[in-house]
Design a protein around this ligand. Structure first.
Ligand code: AMP
Length: 589
């Protein structure tokens, strides 16, 4: 059914929104055989599924005049896994059904329950909420489900994963048996099938996943970096893409806080979304992204689930997702409703194999590319700047008069240079990454290494040992600089490296103090005759390498790890250092 066959009020709302034709999932729910039936729909976020269930409910809600009459009790209930998603669904239904006279009550954890009770009491025809809060209102008698005609379970797989089964069952058991049940889920694992069996009747199965977009509108890139370079790679990615809106995913609240603070300090307009933020803070962070006061959102998985920001064109997996499903959920924040997006995985060298396996398992073709260098960024900046400065501008007499005064004082070259300078000054500085293809130092004894001590690390070629991550790890663990490390010899299962003799005791002491039980990478002194050991390694076909030079600290910022309190939207960040710097040891398997 085209949109033109819909009740006119809905058709107008869609065309005012600029939506000319239904997406595949919308077309499927508008087919004649779906009319009035229970539906079980496989649809990804970004497929237009919210409007799809909004339209599917129309026949249950609208009276003959195409309007929504006042109702003593709710007619439709939408249950979503997170507050953000519930608020988003609510916003979509407000523009879709607003002109039809809909009152929509939104009931989500963290918001004022009293206000929600009042909204329910005023006679909302549509209620949208999260399972826990809805159950709460139900148990306190504020939510009357006796007149319900349709219930929607949005992202049902997420709700079950998040442990909401009991809440859902209690809510569904309180609804009339003849209600319609529309179940939307990105995946259809066994628990969803059994939920559907218990609560649906003769449901029509709709799957548009392959037609929708799959990964079609998202191009995946992976970039292997030294663990110490993760943050710099993030900075360069943001600077290279200059996306209108970008989302960065971290594994923990601490890391969100740290990265957010660091980006603010560097001059990015960034907000943070994690479980430590109140609902009001989250709402204002999202609002800042929507109205373009902020362009970067640093988030944890849970906080970002289901978020829809149409201008979001770049997703960065700052820390690699725990599984392929999380990878797809995070990446699905971009490439929505037919728009193109890029998802980039930043992969510490030791974890490259794991990520390759995850991508293979999820059948995601990713291109392995180097992180953008400072030179790449300056080149892209120049092109963007030229395009911006050469674009036609409308100016008035006042502008013209000022221009003439400037020309009287300065040459056109000086004015143009000042303009370019002002343009550049607004941009955060790109970072120099540890050189991935730096020339290797010529072999031979290095001054200061004559009486050196040898140490062993329990990872070798078979565990992806590479000086690009081994070196920063040694520096960090042993509190030495790169120039204080001599030869590095990588064998199949272990790596030997050289430290100047006079530093050996201090190095060993630091290594022991910084050892962490969770670290899988261990550094130990080589017992016996180190030179013999080194020789044995050479004999064992070890690949000798030397530290690439020159060395620079991993951020180049002396105050790194002690970010100042950020200004701007999002919660002020503390100064704890993100632990992605510390864990290359987790990688080698
Ligand atoms: P959803 O899958 O519900 O998260 O929707 C993803 C985005 O697509 C939202 O911003 C919707 O407003 C937008 N959208 C929904 N239907 C259409 C349509 N028919 N044409 C273009 N965009 C749409």
């Amino acid at each position: 059914m085209p949109f033109s066959d819909l009740p006119p009020i809905l058709g107008t709302a869609l065309s005012e929104r600029g939506y000319a034709a239904p997406t595949p999932v919308q077309a499927a729910v508008l087919e004649a055989d779906a009319y009035g039936r229970d539906l079980i729909v496989s649809a990804q976020t970004g497929s237009g599924k919210t409007v799809a269930f909004g339209l599917a409910m129309a026949s249950d809600l609208l009276s003959d005049d195409g309007r929504l009459p006042p109702a003593a009790a709710p007619l439709a209930l939408v249950i979503a896994p997170t507050r953000e998603l519930a608020l988003q669904v609510s916003r979509e239904l407000i523009w879709l059904y607003g002109k039809a006279g809909a009152r929509i009550a939104t009931c989500v954890g963290g918001m004022d329950a009293g206000k929600e009770r009042r909204a329910l009491g005023y006679g909302a025809q549509i209620v949208v909420g999260t399972p826990g809060r809805l159950r709460d209102h139900l148990e306190r008698g504020a939510l009357d489900l006796s007149a319900l005609r349709a219930v929607v379970l949005d992202e049902a797989d997420e709700m079950l994963d998040m442990g909401f089964r009991e809440d859902l069952e209690e809510i569904l058991d309180a609804t009339p048996a003849e209600r319609r049940t529309l179940l939307f889920s990105a995946t259809m694992p066994a628990p969803i099938v059994s939920l559907a069996r218990r609560y649906q009747r003769d449901a029509l199965r709709i799957s548009t996943v392959s037609e929708d977009r799959g990964h079609g509108d998202i191009s995946y890139q992976a970039m292997a970096v030294a663990p110490a370079d993760i943050e710099n790679a993030v900075v360069n990615l943001l600077r290279f893409h200059e996306a209108e809106t970008a989302m960065l995913f971290c594994a923990t609240r601490d890391n969100v806080r740290h990265l957010h603070a660091s980006l603010i300090e560097r001059g990015f307009a960034a907000v943070a979304l994690s479980g430590e933020h109140s609902q009001n803070e989250r709402n204002s962070a999202l609002q800042a992204l929507r109205d373009k006061r902020a362009r970067v959102c640093v988030a944890t998985d849970v906080a970002a689930r289901g978020i829809d920001l149409p201008s979001l064109s770049l997703v960065v997996h700052v820390e690699i997702p725990r599984d392929a499903e999380t990878l797809q959920h995070r990446s699905g924040r971009t490439g929505r409703a037919g728009k193109k997006g890029t998802a980039v995985l930043i992969v510490p060298y030791p974890r490259r194999r794991r990520v390759e396996g995850m991508l293979r398992g999820a059948r995601i073709p990713a291109e392995w590319v180097p992180a953008p260098s400072a030179a790449d960024i300056r080149k892209a900046d120049s092109e963007r700047m030229l395009a911006a400065l050469l674009a036609p501008v409308e100016y008035d007499e006042h502008d013209q008069a000022l221009a003439e005064r400037l020309l009287a004082e300065r040459s056109p070259q000086e004015i143009a240079a000042a303009l370019v300078h002002a343009h550049r000054a607004r941009l955060p500085e790109p970072e120099d990454l540890l050189a991935s293809d730096a020339p290797q130092e010529p072999r031979g004894p290095r001054p200061g290494f004559e009486g050196s001590a040898w140490f062993r690390i329990n990872v070798g070629r078979n565990q992806n040992a590479d000086p690009r991550w081994i070196l920063p790890l040694i520096c960090r663990r042993g509190h030495v600089s790169r120039s204080e490390i001599g030869a590095i010899r990588i064998a199949a299962h272990e790596t030997l490296f050289e430290v100047p003799g006079p530093l050996a005791a201090r190095f060993l002491d630091a290594v022991r103090r910084t050892a962490n039980e969770e670290d899988e990478v261990e550094i130990q002194p080589v017992d016996g005759k180190p030179r013999d050991e080194a020789r044995r390694h050479r004999r064992d076909n070890a690949r000798p390498v030397h530290a690439p030079k020159p060395y620079r600290a991993h951020t180049g910022r002396p105050d790194h790890g002690k970010p100042s309190a950020p200004k701007g939207p999002g919660k002020p960040a503390g100064g704890k250092k993100g632990n992605w710097h510390k864990k290359p040891g987790k990688g080698p398997k």
